[in-house]
Design a protein around this ligand. Structure first.
Ligand SMILES: Nc1ncnc2c1ncn2[C@@H]1O[C@H](COP(=O)(O)OP(=O)(O)O)[C@@H](O)[C@H]1O
Ligand SMILES: [Mg+2]
Length: 303
């Protein structure tokens, strides 16, 4: 019996490589509950997008399984919406039609007016009403284009929304504004979300739980950190919450120190002041990782 809405069991992805085989990650085990917002953090190249592609059904795992609502994920589906860093809008359609196009395929029986109304509602949520919805992608700024992608993803109300560094290409100011919009939409819709980011502040602002991934190859999900800060969260205020910096320090310490140590199979101790401050689940498989004799792993160690 599956405990979580989304269940990831013993997942591994390996690619053929010059030296035989590249194990990007292995032994990934985690679950996501309905309505939960889970972020995954890890250094560039550790395998975050690879995991997401498997969850989306765009790539098949080498080992293990993904179940959503008790059904195995075996290919892409409108039940899972994906937003990538580089907005994939159809350039010849207006913002509105980029959304109506997706909404129509999701609910083919809907009337034209119903589709338009529904689509416009989501564009308004991301601040793209009042005429902006009629512009083509080439007439929109990078931030506005990414807003269209987000509106489109939420509009089809997928059972699971997958976001792969959706704000990675945006300047800090635009990024902040869209983060605020995302906070509002999430509070309103309770959409289930799995999001990749390497921005710890973004993760704390948005997530209910943050998964920490060790460096690759042989990356593992080492910890699951619960973000117990109350909702609604605001970017300007959240940093004054006494719970903010203990979590932030823990995440930064993971990224600068433990992500590397754990990837070599060394047991790194979590900082002492963290004990009891916020709930952390340590994945025992990550701690028990044997030292690798794989040439790729040694090459990494030598650097
Ligand atoms: N199709 C592929 N074939 C071979 N190697 C791949 C493929 N896709 C990803 N990789 C490798 O997997 C590792 C993780 O990549 P990726 O998931 O994109 O990392 P991240 O998203 O965490 O930055 C990288 O070393 C990358 O080169
Ligand atoms: Mg990536």
């Amino acid at each position: 019996m599956n405990k979580h809405f989304l269940e990831i069991e013993n997942l591994a992805r390996r690619f053929p490589s010059q030296s035989g085989e590249l194990t990007v990650f292995e032994n990934a085990n985690f679950g996501i509950d309905k309505g939960e917002f889970v972020c995954i953090i890890g250094h560039s190249g550790c395998g975050k997008s690879t995991i997401m592609n498997v969850l989306a059904g765009l790539d098949a795992p080498s080992e293990g399984n993904v179940f959503m609502d008790g059904i195995e994920v075996a290919g892409p589906s409108l039940d899972r919406g994906v937003v990538f860093q580089n907005y994939s809008l159809l350039p010849w359609l207006s913002a509105l039609h980029n959304v109506t196009f997706a909404v129509r395929s999701r609910w083919p029986g809907w009337s034209k007016e119903q589709v338009r109304e529904h689509s416009y509602k989501y564009l308004e949520m991301v601040g793209l009403g009042g005429g902006a919805e009629l512009r083509k992608p080439s007439q929109l700024s990078g931030g506005m284009r990414q807003r269209v992608s987000i509106a489109r993803a939420f509009a089809i109300q997928p059972k699971l929304l997958l976001l792969d560094e959706p704000f990675g290409a945006l300047d800090a100011l635009t990024r902040g504004t869209i983060q605020d919009e995302l906070v509002r939409i999430c509070d309103a819709t309770h959409q289930t979300i799995f999001m990749i980011t390497h921005d710890v502040d973004e993760a704390i602002l948005l997530a209910d739980r943050i998964l920490l991934m060790t460096n690759g190859p042989y990356a593992r999900i080492a910890e699951s950190v619960k973000v117990d800060l109350k909702h609604p969260r605001e970017r300007g205020k959240i940093i004054h919450d006494p719970g903010y910096y203990p979590i932030r320090n823990h995440l930064v310490d993971f990224l600068v120190r433990r992500s590397e140590e754990l990837s070599g199979g060394v047991v790194a101790e979590a900082p002492a002041q963290a004990a009891g401050a916020y709930p952390i689940e340590v994945n025992p498989a990550a701690r028990a990782a044997p030292a690798r004799t794989n040439p790729q792993a040694s090459a990494m160690d030598a650097r």
